[in-house]
Write a protein that binds this ligand. Structure first.
Ligand SMILES: NC(=O)c1ccc[n+]([C@@H]2O[C@H](COP(=O)([O-])OP(=O)(O)OC[C@H]3O[C@@H](n4cnc5c(N)ncnc54)[C@H](O)[C@@H]3O)[C@@H](O)[C@H]2O)c1
Length: 256
């Protein structure tokens, strides 16, 4: 098992990629601290992994709740080995439709919350002189034209830049920081975006998905587990000498 007895915080673990990572990390032997704002999905995923870890009701847009997340984790388990910064939000918006409220909502979780999670977790990891941080960015952060909206793309560009700077600044503490840039991935977020697109374009959902998949060189969108597999690799000792990278998992949509 790749992650035997590792203590891993996964944010947004109730649904989508976060859920897939919780299942895979638990199967690889980790104790999973599932940080989730939605109580029902958080409880469901903890049930699926047989209570192997801890469920924290955490809103990543609130720094005091991030503090409590890290405090409870170390109080319960005595250490923190892995942080997966996965929680993120978006919706489908045209360039002229983005409001200040949309901007603030997305940045509060995707960029600000992600940074303070890294900072608070890294304080513990620096004390231990080891740790792995995995940020879930997006190919939107590299300018993917099919992004849900420009402000979201900005948050993900920020994640890629912060991944590099954090990797440089935390390397002396033996903390690796990497990002995954998912392409189109079949999750709750995907379903919501699809419904918004279907309404705007007046095509069926099947047709919208078919057209989207046809733009992907390998011909299919990701399953959530496509992302979880790469996250488990980056969290494991197999990736000990990899840091500062932002790895696309997208069937070949982007090269950069
Ligand atoms: N689905 C895609 O096509 C896609 C593509 C690229 C990147 N991403 C990114 O992948 C990550 C996971 O996305 P997903 O598709 O699994 O989304 P999802 O909506 O299916 O799941 C996101 C989870 O995060 C939780 N969450 C949202 N806001 C939160 C907050 N403030 N505090 C705590 N938890 C919160 C939600 O309750 C949910 O369980 C996100 O960062 C997203 O931006 C998704």
């Amino acid at each position: 098992m790749k992650l035997e007895n590792k203590i891993a915080i996964i944010t947004g673990a109730g649904r989508g990629m976060g859920r897939a990572m919780a299942l895979r990390f638990a199967a690889e032997g980790a104790q999973v601290v599932a940080a989730e704002v939605d109580r029902d999905s958080g409880e469901a995923v903890m049930g699926e992994i047989g209570g192997r870890g801890l469920l924290m009701h955490t809103d990543l847009s609130k720094v005091e709740e991030i503090d409590e997340l890290v405090r409870r984790t170390t109080a319960e388990f005595g250490r923190l080995d892995i942080l997966v910064n996965n929680a993120g939000v978006t919706r489908s918006l045209g360039f002229f439709d983005v409001t200040e409220a949309d901007w603030d909502w997305m940045h509060a979780v995707n960029a600000r919350g992600l940074f303070f999670c890294m900072q608070r977790a890294a304080r513990e990891m620096a004390r231990q002189k080891s740790g792995k941080i995995i940020n879930i960015a997006s190919i939107a952060g590299k300018g993917y034209r099919g992004t849900s909206n420009i402000a979201y793309a900005g948050t993900k560009g920020a994640v890629i830049a912060m991944t590099r700077v954090a990797a440089a600044q935390l390397a002396r503490h033996n903390i690796n920081v990497n990002a995954i840039c998912p392409g189109v991935t079949r999750t709750h977020m995907f379903d919501t975006l699809m419904k918004e697109i279907v309404q705007k374009r007046g095509v069926s959902e099947e047709e919208a998905v078919r057209r989207l998949d046809a733009t992907i060189p390998l011909g299919r969108s990701n399953s959530p587990d496509d992302i979880a597999k790469v996250a488990a690799f980056l969290a494991s000792s197999d990736a000990d000498n990899i840091t500062g990278q932002s790895i696309n998992v997208d069937g070949g949509l982007m090269w950069d």
